[in-house]
Design a protein. Structure first.
Length: 112
C-alpha cells in the first residue's frame, strides 16, 4: 500500500477492544507515510509531527484545515498552535495507542 493510497482511505471508528499496533505492524504503517522521517513514533504509543510557518496567521489557517479533515474523519488529533509552529499528536484514545486510523489521518494531514 502506498502513501497516497493510505491518504485516500477513511478512518474507522474505534470503540476499543482492538490491540494497538506494535513492532513490525507499526513500522509498516509508518513507512507508508509520505514523509515518515517527519512523523516521530513516541514509545510505540503516539505520532508527533511539527510544522513550521512564517507567521501565526499561516499556522492558524493550517490548524483550521486540519480541523476540517479531522471532523470529516471523526478522528481528532491533539493540536498545539504557536507563532509559526503547529505540532500534531495522534493516537487512538479508545485503545491507548496507535491504530491504522492514526496513520490514515497523518497521511491526510500531510496533504493539507
Amino acid at each position: 500500500m502506498s502513501a497516497s493510497t493510505l491518504a485516500d482511505r477513511d478512518c474507522v471508528p474505534c470503540r476499543g477492544g482492538v490491540p494497538p499496533l506494535k513492532g513490525n505492524d507499526l513500522a509498516e504503517f509508518h513507512r507508508q507515510l509520505t514523509n515518515p522521517a517527519q512523523w516521530k513514533i513516541v514509545n510505540e504509543h503516539h505520532l508527533v509531527r511539527a510544522y513550521k510557518f512564517p507567521d501565526f496567521k499561516s499556522a492558524l489557517a493550517f490548524v483550521n484545515k486540519v480541523g476540517e479533515v479531522a471532523e470529516a474523519q471523526g478522528h481528532h488529533p491533539d493540536i498545539l498552535l504557536a507563532w509559526g509552529k503547529v505540532e500534531i499528536t495522534l493516537w487512538t484514545h479508545a485503545v491507548d495507542g496507535l491504530t491504522e486510523s492514526d496513520f490514515i489521518l497523518a497521511a491526510k494531514i500531510d496533504r493539507v
